[in-house]
Design a protein around this ligand. Structure first.
Ligand SMILES: [Zn+2]
Length: 220
């Protein structure tokens, strides 16, 4: 009898462990969101600002303003992924490259993301799609490239055409962490512009980037 009771206790302990494991996984994937295994700090850089307007569309939108809208949304969603998104600016002001990098250093950010939006060059055909830029002259080149691949895979799932480019962008090259710039389409392309201006579309885009960062972080 004693032996049977011991077996029953063991059975109950195993059952309890299985239930715990199941609920643990469930909370991890609540609402279909996979969170970062460890809490992650990233810098989210709304490019340009102040007298530096960035691109200006035919309709009069300034890149500097659109990127604030995007980065605010991104930061508000990040918490759901166990990510703290530290902004380089939340208002319309000039911020130097050094100041942006100092923010990343002070927050010990694991990743630096700089958000931009292109504009169609007058006289050239209408363009669309995203561009992911990585600097090729930094010790973080390989890791940045791996993060870029993860992002491209994420955009591919969302059916967004994405171009990968390597160029010597100073804010990426001088960062002491994987750093990437994302050109979020073209201002003069109505669909690309709508992704920023339509809150629901913007949320889908931000969640795509966040999921890609989680996938990168959880495997590094
Ligand atoms: Zn820009």
């Amino acid at each position: 009898m004693q032996h049977q009771s011991f077996n029953k206790t063991i059975f109950n302990v195993i059952l309890l462990l299985l239930v715990c494991l199941y609920s643990c996984n469930k909370s991890k994937e609540a609402h279909g969101i996979i969170k970062a295994n460890k809490s992650l700090v990233i810098v989210v850089d709304a490019a340009h600002g102040g007298s530096d307007t960035g691109t200006i569309s035919e309709a009069g939108y300034f890149e500097k303003d659109l990127m604030i809208v995007l980065c605010n949304k991104f930061a508000s969603l990040a918490k759901e992924y166990n990510i703290t998104a530290v902004p380089t600016r939340t208002t319309d002001k000039n911020t130097t490259t050094d100041e942006r990098i100092a923010i990343a250093d002070a927050s010990e950010a694991a990743v630096f993301l700089s958000f931009h939006i292109n504009r169609i060059v007058p006289g050239k055909p209408v363009s669309s799609g995203y561009e992911i830029i990585v600097a090729d002259n930094t010790p973080f080149y390989v890791k940045s490239k791996e993060l870029a691949s993860q992002l491209i895979a994420g955009f591919h799932v969302a059916n967004t055409q994405t171009i990968y480019t390597e160029k010597n962008v100073i804010i990426l090259a001088t960062n002491a962490r994987p750093a990437i710039a994302i050109e979020c389409g073209f201002q003069d392309n109505p669909e690309d512009l709508a992704t920023i201006l339509d809150e629901k579309k913007l949320e889908v885009m931000c969640r795509g980037v966040l999921s890609s960062i989680v996938a990168y972080s959880n495997t590094h």
